[in-house]
Design a protein around this ligand. Structure first.
Ligand code: ADP
Length: 459
């Protein structure tokens, strides 16, 4: 059974229950009020008749011609009866049981009775004179009027109840339908994505303000964004890796072929071959490291590390890398110890610094800064190079991600990376309970920041 039908049925059943309980309460309360009015009328008829009997020497008077009054002596014989429109009762005892009960017990008695298909209510009271029961006064009135009102009320309640239940059933059905309709679209688009392999499909959100279903669609679309991005990354990686592999392999093959033909060692060819081999080795090492880092199998040799000396070492190396045409300086440095794997932390910092050098055109400036902040130590690497486009910023730490190639044409072939450096750095920082972040003013430079908790005993 569909969710839509189940929701509609549940809604209808709930509404039906409310209607039945409410209808029953209205019916029961109305009956109670009507019957208490009958009791009041019988009481007052008996009271008036009692007064009249006392004042007018046994005359039986009723002021309400729908009430029949009868007077019996102490043997239960009928003495007097008022005229009544209820001809069916005339001449008979209104309530024989009531008469005998009152004669026996001398206390009043009231009952609902049926005689000749006529429902009526009777009240019997003893007539006491000087403590002796000299007779019984009975009043009776037909309940036809009460029954008519009750039947009418019941009919109206049933009709109104059925109408409310029917309306709420259709309302429940349409509400459930309109609420669940987008889910059908979600299913349809999800199936389309599966069948067509088109990860760019998205579900339109046209619910204002967004409700739970809108949020579900939003989350689904976000998941699709992420998946599409990952798949694109994988495809791009495959294309890039094959490309990266093809160039060195072609160079290696070409040079090997050349030397075989010439039957001699060519120093230039050998040079180029070892460069390519170095590049290939670097790539394979990066891939291996990345795979280990991502799967959590990266072994870390944790020990206290003087981070300031690491910074100084990286600075020395960076000066060589930067050459004469790029300026690198340390703005601030502090003595700080952290717990970590010295080589891995140095690798992260070296990656940030060499990126800063790589993505800064000649005459650019790179500044290093190390400072303490809320129990952490941070090293920032700031450059005034090409910067990173806002669209690229959130993906920069993802594996194989490289910003548009057109902007990095000035980088030498053997310096070009594979887009793995930052994601390796990210994982190393995560494993050290640290963080790595980036800010960039596109076209004017980028600032990378790595932060680590300071070792507790050096705080
Ligand atoms: P790569 O080995 O390609 O440099 P990384 O993971 O180290 O790989 O960097 C990923 C990408 O981030 C780079 O391809 C580059 O587009 C961008 N990037 C990294 N550092 C900087 C920087 N300082 N300035 C501008 N772009 C940068």
């Amino acid at each position: 059974m569909s969710l839509q039908i189940r929701l509609a049925m549940f809604y209808t059943a709930l509404m039906g229950l409310v209607v039945v309980v409410f209808g029953w309460a209205v019916y029961a309360r109305s009956t109670e009020i009507l019957m208490s009015q009958v009791d009041v009328r019988l009481e007052s008829a008996i009271k008036n008749a009692g007064n009249a009997l006392r004042n007018q020497n046994g005359a039986l008077i009723t002021y309400d011609d729908t009430i029949l009054l009868q007077l019996y002596d102490s043997n239960g014989d009928l003495l007097n009866s008022t005229d009544t429109s209820e001809a069916a009762l005339a001449g008979k005892v209104i309530d024989p049981k009531g008469l005998s009960v009152v004669l026996d017990t001398r206390s009043r008695y009231s009952a609902e009775l049926v005689q000749n298909d006529l429902r009526y209510k009777a009240l019997s009271v003893p007539i006491m004179v000087d403590g002796t029961n000299v007779g019984v006064l009975q009043a009776g009135t037909s309940l036809r009027f009460v029954d008519e009102i009750r039947t009418d009320l019941l009919r109206s309640l049933v009709i109104i109840g059925l109408a409310i239940t029917t309306i709420s059933a259709s309302f429940g059905y349409y509400t459930a339908r309109s609420a669940l309709m987008p889910l059908a679209t979600v299913t349809q688009i999800a199936t389309e994505i599966t069948h067509s392999d088109d990860l760019s499909l998205r579900i339109p959100i046209n619910r204002r303000p967004p409700d739970e279903v809108g949020e579900l669609i939003f989350a689904f679309n976000e998941t699709m964004d992420r998946l599409e991005h990952l798949f694109k990354g994988q495809r791009r990686f495959l294309a890039d890796v094959s490309h990266e592999l093809r160039t060195p392999l072609t160079v290696l093959q070409g040079n090997a072929g050349l030397m075989r033909r010439m039957k001699t060692f060519d120093a230039e060819a050998l040079d180029s071959m070892s460069k390519e081999i170095a590049r290939l080795t670097r790539m394979v090492e990066d891939l291996l490291l990345m795979a280990q880092a991502e799967s959590g199998r990266l072994e870390l040799d944790m020990a206290p590390v003087e981070l300031d000396t690491v910074l100084l070492e990286v600075y020395q190396q960076a000066r060589v890398l930067a050459g004469e045409r790029k300026h690198i300086q340390i703005l601030e440095i502090d003595q700080v110890q952290v717990m970590g794997d010295r080589d891995r932390l140095k690798q992260v910092l070296l990656n940030l610094v060499s990126n800063a050098i790589k993505y800064t055109p000649p005459d650019g400036n790179i500044s290093l800064e190390m400072y303490k902040q809320n129990g952490n130590v941070c090293i920032s690497v700031q450059d005034d190079g090409i910067g990173i486009h806002p669209d690229d910023l959130k993906y920069i730490f993802e594996r194989f991600y490289r910003a548009e190639k057109s902007r990095t044409r000035f980088i030498d072939y053997d310096q070009k990376g594979f887009g793995l450096g930052l994601s390796i750095a990210y994982w190393i920082m995560m494993r050290h309970n640290g963080r790595i972040e980036v800010e960039s003013d596109y076209g004017h430079g980028a600032t990378f920041r790595m932060c680590l908790p300071i070792a507790p005993d050096t705080l």
